[in-house]
Design a protein. Structure first.
Lengths: 255, 314
């Protein structure tokens, strides 16, 4: 089984200076913020790795796990981490403009997936900047594969993929044949840390870079607004503030 | 312009119709609006209690139940071929989002997902939160047909719901053959966070599972629902389904008390409709205080102890 996990490295948007949001555009340089795995992708990476390991425990060498991102660059720290935790391949599809262009992103991934013959594709359910959640279902549609969204856990059972996921009517267990596309939602899985030894060994390995056949497309610059929704908070700061706030909210006191 | 409001099956019809009211109230005066419901005949009948212009709603229901977006695709395609709307607005629950994307791909149309607002002016604009809800992204829709999924957000209905004369026709649709087998493990019930009048939310500042338990005890004493920020849920202090915010439930209670929540924009997107937001945090500069009505700068554990004691006394 060839397993592919699509991931994205995003800025920690909570650390962006408020002034940068005021006239935010795609040219705003967020170099000073920490870059991190998109939260849903991080869970997808861990679930993919665990699934691959369990397959290999049952039948050694039966599964490979590849991590792929579409980006202009990928930091050496991320590359080292992904190799160190056990990914067989770390691939970067090099492209200059991928934000706010989900169809293009899905198209680039489709090309790579088709050529690589991946049986199972895992993604996060959505990712910044745009947070559209459009790439996973688009990708499934483009590939013509079954699609399950908001996965929490994954396992193989009787040769089929078994996905526990959130649906509108509750938590479901869906079994499906591969190939398939699964997007990971609010899963408790967090990507494991790498040992120092594994990181040292991984340092020598290189990211595989793929250049799309045609890397030009028409792109309309997105327009952004900020919402001023701040309130004038009334602080309770006296010595017995907790009691006074309780009385203010639910009565039974002097407030 | 012909607009179709596409409502895939949902356990709570109320949410779907609030979506209709929120999105379409503006559109009714200028455009021909039809609603496509997918569910049982009963669903269609219930769906006709709609505050709107009499006769403006053409309600059709497919007598079907399935679990995957792929299976509903043929239903939407059949409806589309029969009606040829210019704009399709999908109720953005889990199924609706996937369905919107797949349908757009199938007809070669563009798609805008998780819109928080659709503005029907001289030109059509759609808006959504971006960059973890720190900015709003606006896009003008110039080419049709166009597909938009609207974020599933509970908002209390304003005014009375006026039943309108039913103009429903049962549309005997078929679904695609299922490509996978699904079974319901648990749930189906209403998410208590969506309808609760009072919600207590715990964040990373709770400090540990012990305080999370105290939060639950306090919520029980008040008959309140419990929510968690994403970091708190990732710490295992509750179920991931209790997550409030952009990646979880968006709530609209009368009173929301946030304990130890710093107030990231992604979290605030989930509580912005709360009538009163109260924040308890040790850091006076935490962003949540800029969005709270009442603030208490204190240790969350001490406040929980104090309030639990007061509940016992009373």
């Amino acid at each position: 089984m060839n397993l592919l996990v699509c991931f994205k490295i995003v800025p920690d948007f909570d650390k962006v200076l408020p002034s940068d949001w005021e006239d935010f555009s795609l040219r705003t340089n967020l170099f000073y913020t920490k870059k991190t795995y998109n939260v849903f992708d991080e869970s997808a990476l861990e679930l993919g790795l665990s699934l691959c390991e369990s397959s290999n425990r049952r039948a050694p060498g039966s599964a490979t796990c590849t991590a792929v991102t579409v980006a202009q660059e990928l930091s050496p720290a991320v590359k080292k981490h992904l190799y160190a935790v056990g990914f067989d391949r770390v691939v970067k599809i090099e492209s200059i403009q991928t934000e706010f262009a989900p169809r293009r992103m899905a198209g680039l991934l489709r090309e790579f997936i088709t050529e690589g013959r991946f049986d199972l594709v895992l993604t996060g359910v959505q990712s910044g900047y745009a947070d559209t959640g459009l790439v996973p279902p688009l990708l499934a549609s483009m590939l013509g594969r079954p699609f399950v969204s908001h996965a929490e856990t994954l396992c193989f059972y009787d040769g089929q993929l078994c996905v526990v996921h959130q649906g509108d009517f509750g938590r479901l267990r869906t079994t499906l044949e591969l190939p398939a596309v699964v997007s990971v939602g609010n899963s408790p899985a967090a990507l494991r840390a790498a040992t120092l030894r594994a990181q040292l060994m991984a340092g020598k390995r290189e990211v595989e870079t793929v250049f799309p056949a045609e890397d030009f497309f028409w792109f309309k610059e997105p327009v952004f607004f900020t919402e001023k929704a701040e309130k004038d908070c009334r602080f309770f700061e006296e010595k017995d503030a907790a009691e006074r706030l309780f009385a203010h909210l639910w009565g039974g006191g002097s407030e | 312009m012909n607009i179709a409001l596409v409502m895939p099956p949902a356990p709570d019809l109320e949410g779907s119709f609030q979506f209709l009211q929120r999105v379409a109230a503006d559109a009714f005066s200028r455009h021909r609006v039809s609603a496509w419901l997918c569910g049982t005949g009963k669903t269609a009948a219930e769906g006709l209690h709609w505050q709107g212009k009499e006769g403006a709603l053409f309600c059709r229901a497919a007598n079907v139940q399935a679990s995957g977006a792929g299976e509903y695709l043929s239903w939407v395609r059949q409806m589309y071929l029969a009606e040829k709307p210019d704009l399709l607005l999908f109720y953005g629950n889990i199924l609706g989002q996937s369905l919107a994307a797949m349908f757009a791909q199938s007809i070669g149309s563009s798609c805008f997902m998780q819109a928080t607002q659709v503005a029907f002016g001289q030109v059509l604009f759609v808006y959504k939160n971006a960059c973890s809800s720190n900015v709003v992204w606006g896009r003008e829709i110039a080419r049709y047909p166009y597909v938009v999924s609207v974020v599933a957000e509970k908002a209390p209905l304003s005014g009375q719901k006026t039943p309108v004369q039913p103009v429903a026709r049962l549309f005997a649709s078929t679904l695609s053959a299922p490509v996978c087998h699904s079974e319901l493990l648990e749930g189906a019930a209403q998410n208590p966070l969506e309808q609760a009048k009072t919600v207590f939310i715990g964040g990373r500042g709770l400090g540990g599972a012990e305080n999370a338990q105290k939060l639950r005890a306090l919520a029980q004493a008040f008959g309140a629902a419990v929510g968690l920020s994403r970091p708190a849920a990732m710490n295992g202090w509750g179920d991931m389904r209790e997550t409030v915010g952009q990646s979880g439930t968006r709530i609209a209670p009368e009173l929301c008390v946030a304990f130890g929540v710093s107030g990231s924009a992604a979290f605030l997107a989930g509580v912005r409709r709360a009538k009163t937001l109260v924040a308890v945090n040790t850091d006076r500069n935490a962003p949540i205080f800029r969005h709270a009505d009442e603030g208490l700068v204190a240790d969350t554990g001490e406040v929980l102890d104090c309030w639990l004691k007061k509940c016992e006394v009373s």
